[in-house]
Design a protein around this ligand. Structure first.
Ligand SMILES: *[C@@H]1O[C@H](CO)[C@@H](O)[C@H](O)[C@H]1NC(C)=O
Ligand SMILES: *[C@@H]1O[C@H](CO)[C@@H](O)[C@H](O)[C@H]1NC(C)=O
Ligand SMILES: *[C@@H]1O[C@H](CO)[C@@H](O)[C@H](O)[C@H]1NC(C)=O
Length: 430
């Protein structure tokens, strides 16, 4: 009898409490055959650690979950009609009862029950997930210059959150977009390959992990300024600068982990300046700013390595580069530069190779990302930039990616900026 009661328990919707348990063998209503009219609280029996009822209310609402399992056979002389047996939802060899859910990548699926037919089915949210099996599979088919990976850190997140919290560059203002580029037009032979990490092995700052915080605007500028301090001072001022200085202190016109304006950020780097990373480590959130607007490193409690320095680490006016060769010249001459690129869905999956937006990246959803170009190269005449991302070293080629060069791929050449670092003059390269 126990199994019949179990089925009946399903039929009546007493599911959540009783699944997988052997119900104490009845009878309940059958003990005294007291089948009651209307709704009557006293017309109840103990079942497990709660009560079940034998009143008429069970006729009206068979899905309600507190009728005794033997109500129908005892009170209504009905055996179980097959249609009443609820088929649970199934997923991945598990059964789920109405109201229960599981998560598929970034979307929750709930087992729902039709109130009339009692049939169950899955109802899943339909958000675009950051990691997509289709992109991993599609990009890894022949015909692409790069390979895709399924990053576990990104799995289960929504694309919209990736675009907001793994990037962080707000749309450029019209004035900024019109900024005139420098024309070097140097007529020189550029090396086929150039990598700032090889040219200045101890001076290039490590790849940052911005976490789930749209702080690329602060991270990229701090990294470029760090590299250029070391390069321009020939190692005398070789420290990693703190993007947290900007994230916590540059609040005007900025949105913290919700994103920042590049022009405002460069301006802040020139007027307020940075302290070093050891003094104010990166927190991936906006904390209170410990520094006065006008301050120096000693008052900030951040003594510099070079005692001749008093002011914070600041940069000169930012300048724009547009032509491929001019960008190359500036990197070779002064160090890494910042680029604002457009990130499409497929980019999050980049594993290695030379990135080009694939047809899987063709999505309405996209975002702007500030990155650090450190060099260039050629692979079987396929030209690329070498770029530091800020998603940690587990991503891409040890935190870096390569992207097609000379064709404004994903807008990588559309807005390139840099500034000279204000090194102590006695240190400056001549
Ligand atoms: C219960 O129903 C069965 C058939 O469904 C019938 O044979 C039997 O007489 C009924 N018993 C009572 C007490 O009504
Ligand atoms: C991607 O990784 C997640 C866990 O990190 C895994 O559940 C999922 O099945 C993976 N997808 C593919 C296509 O490998
Ligand atoms: C480069 O690409 C970006 C974004 O895709 C676009 O807005 C810009 O106009 C392009 N610039 C040039 C010079 O083609």
């Amino acid at each position: 009898m126990a199994s019949v009661y179990l089925l009946l328990a399903f039929a009546l919707g007493t599911v959540a409490a009783y699944t997988g348990l052997d119900l104490p063998p009845g009878p309940y209503c059958g003990i005294t055959s007291d089948c009651c009219e209307n709704r009557k609280d006293s017309c109840s029996h103990k079942i497990l650690d709660t009560l079940c009822y034998c009143d008429e209310f069970c006729d009206l609402n068979r899905a309600h979950d507190d009728c005794c399992p033997d109500y129908l056979p005892v009170c209504r002389n009905q055996t179980i009609a097959p249609a009443l047996i609820v088929e649970p939802c199934r997923y991945d060899r598990q059964t789920y009862l109405p109201g229960q859910s599981y998560t598929e990548n970034c979307n929750e699926c709930e087992c729902i029950q039709d109130p009339v037919s009692k049939a169950t089915s899955w109802s899943c949210k339909q958000d675009v997930c950051l990691m997509s099996d289709d992109i991993v599979y599609g990009v890894n088919q022949p015909g692409h210059t790069w390979r895709a990976a399924n990053y576990s850190e990104f799995y289960g997140k929504k694309l919209a959150d990736g675009l907001k919290y793994k990037l962080g560059t707000l749309p450029l203002s019209a004035v900024t977009k019109r900024m005139l580029p420098i024309d070097y037009d140097k007529n020189i032979d550029y090396p086929q390959n150039f990598d700032a990490r090889r040219r200045w092995p101890r001076f290039i700052s490590p790849v940052v992990d911005q976490g789930w915080c749209g702080s690329d605007w602060a991270v990229s500028i701090a990294s470029i300024a760090s590299d250029r301090f070391a390069i321009q001072s020939n190692g005398a001022e070789n420290m990693v600068l703190s993007p947290q200085t900007m994230l916590s202190c540059n609040l005007r016109q900025q949105q913290g982990c919700g994103g920042g304006n590049i022009d405002v950020a460069w301006n802040f780097a020139g007027t307020h300046g940075f302290v070093d990373e050891k003094c104010f480590p990166y927190k991936a959130s906006v904390t209170s700013c410990p520094y006065a607007r006008r301050g120096d490193l000693l008052r900030d409690g951040c003594p510099p390595a070079d005692p001749r320095r008093t002011s914070r680490y600041k940069v000169g006016p930012p300048y724009r580069l547009k032509k491929e060769k001019d960008i190359m010249f500036d990197i070779m001459d002064s160090g890494p530069v910042q680029a604002v690129m457009t990130v499409y869905h497929d980019f999050f999956h980049y594993r290695d190779g030379i990135y080009r937006r694939s047809r899987y990246g063709d999505n309405q959803l996209q975002g702007l990302h500030s990155v650090r170009i450190v060099g260039w190269g050629e692979d079987h005449r396929d030209k690329y930039w070498i770029v530091a991302n800020s998603w940690g070293t587990q991503w891409g080629e040890d935190g870096y990616f390569r992207i097609a060069r000379g064709s404004n791929e994903s807008g990588i050449e559309s807005f390139v900026v840099a500034a000279l670092s204000d090194v102590i003059m006695a240190n400056a390269r001549t």
